[in-house]
Design a protein around this ligand. Structure first.
Ligand SMILES: Nc1ncnc2c1ncn2[C@@H]1O[C@H](COP(=O)(O)OP(=O)(O)OP(=O)(O)O)[C@@H](O)[C@H]1O
Ligand SMILES: [Mg+2]
Length: 407
């Protein structure tokens, strides 16, 4: 019997590094094997600023997942994010190659390649060239042109680029952990693979992922991704505002936010009280939760209003009828859905990630969407090309594992 296929994802977030290991079961679905997490250290806004600390965080998260899964991870689907990410839409045209004018996979790849051949600054690299729709001769709006006939094939694509140094440092950090990269995937695109279904993408939908340092926005309509953008603010800004506003430590502020916070002041009763621990020997105080919410609300309002600007940039021809899906830990703050509905004037719901079998109930949460989506991406697009291989030590680890499995 052949070895079961292992698919793994590592979400290198600005707050948490999450590792998910799955195995493709007999019925052909990725099935949960193990999960690990570690606080993200050495990264700022998705960019590696301290390689040593990043490597330690990744290793901790991976080891935890490997122990739970009793499986070794030597290559992965990794997420990339950061305010260095840029995206544009482009267009490619080719002449159909076969004499009988039937369009084959080669033509489609050539058209996508032509669309991706754009001038980009020397310090940037292309992460994705995502086809949106095809036109054969004059007929537009075609989703899959393979097998159709025509003379001229055109494709509209969404191109995502990243700063070369930022992408390289992610490869290098993973390489230092002896992990090869099969695909590097934009985090918001990954989250969409877990939290958005095909009919929502057809109707028009927005994904807003509120993470630690960043909020990612992705707009989909007519079944394809149309715009991606990054807001350089997230849940950590909310925590910092609380720490300053209530003169308490960042750790205490985080504790107050997750325990008593609300994104909407109007949802909190003014008589509802909480205890704020004092700093540096000062006494603790009792404060109204309403005060806490009044610190949180303006920052959440700012984040969502900046996300709204990104949605506008998509120039969607129709209303995005499937509304907004919120993912990321920052979206778990009570009142965020209601606040987003007020600001965006669209239906809003929390994204519950799906697609992995035997997933523990505790992982069906918006902040797991990206890592689950990375695995779903790997499942859909196959093992891919290893962008960077693990070092020689990786081979030793494999050999060790082979020995322990066989003797
Ligand atoms: N229950 C909760 N209520 C409010 N905020 C929460 C809750 N749980 C997590 N958060 C916040 O979510 C943020 C982290 O979210 P997440 O884990 O999605 O970030 P990340 O994926 O590491 O970051 P990014 O996506 O920006 O790279 C933190 O700021 C944290 O305070
Ligand atoms: Mg994230």
């Amino acid at each position: 019997m052949s070895e079961p296929r292992i698919i793994t994802g590592i979400d290198i977030g600005t707050a948490n590094i999450r590792t998910l290991i799955t195995e493709v079961s007999e019925d052909g679905r990725p099935t949960f094997l193990g999960y690990g997490t570690a606080p993200a250290a050495g990264l700022r806004r998705g960019v590696v600023i301290n390689m040593e600390k990043t490597v330690q965080s990744i290793s901790k998260s991976v080891e935890e997942a490997e122990i739970m899964a009793s499986a070794h991870l030597d290559s992965t689907v990794a997420g990339i994010a950061g305010d260095h990410i840029r995206s544009i839409n482009s267009h490619g045209v080719i002449a159909v190659s076969r004499s009988d004018n039937e369009i084959g996979e080669r033509d489609v790849n050539k058209a996508i390649e032509a669309a991706g051949a754009i001038a980009i600054p020397a310090d940037r690299e292309i992460v994705h060239v995502l086809p949106q729709e095809y036109t054969i001769d004059e007929q537009s709006g075609i989703k899959n042109p393979i097998g159709m006939t025509g003379v001229r094939l055109e494709v509209e694509v969404h191109i995502v680029t990243a700063a070369i140094t930022s992408a390289k440092n992610i490869y290098r950090s993973l390489e230092r952990c002896e992990i090869g990269v099969e695909h590097l995937v934009l985090q918001s695109l990954a989250a969409s693979y877990a939290a958005i279904n095909d009919s929502e993408a057809d109707m028009g939908v927005v994904l807003i992922d509120i993470g630690g340092d960043l909020t990612d926005v992705a707009v989909f309509y007519d079944g394809s991704i149309r715009h991606t953008g990054v807001v350089p603010l997230g849940g950590k800004n909310v925590t910092n505002d609380i720490a300053i506003g209530l003169r308490t430590s960042v750790d205490q502020a985080e504790h107050l936010k997750t325990g008593y916070g609300s994104a909407l002041t109007s949802l909190v009763d003014a008589d509802d009280m909480m205890e704020v621990p004092g700093m540096m020997g000062r006494k603790s105080r009792t404060l109204s939760r309403n005060v806490l919410a009044s610190i949180i609300e303006p920052r959440m309002e700012e984040i969502i209003s900046l996300a709204a600007r990104e949605i506008k940039k998509a120039n969607s021809p129709d209303t995005l009828a499937a509304g907004v899906i919120l993912t990321g830990g920052g979206a778990m703050l009570p009142g965020t859905v209601e606040l987003a509905e007020q600001i965006l004037d669209m239906p809003v719901k929390l994204g519950v990630p799906a697609g992995i079998e035997d997933l523990p109930e505790t992982m069906k949460r918006p902040d797991y969407a990206t890592v689950l989506g990375l695995v779903n991406f790997g499942f859909k697009h196959g093992p891919g090309v290893e962008v960077k291989k693990g070092g020689l030590k990786g081979l030793f680890r494999k050999f060790e594992k082979w020995i322990s499995n066989n003797f």
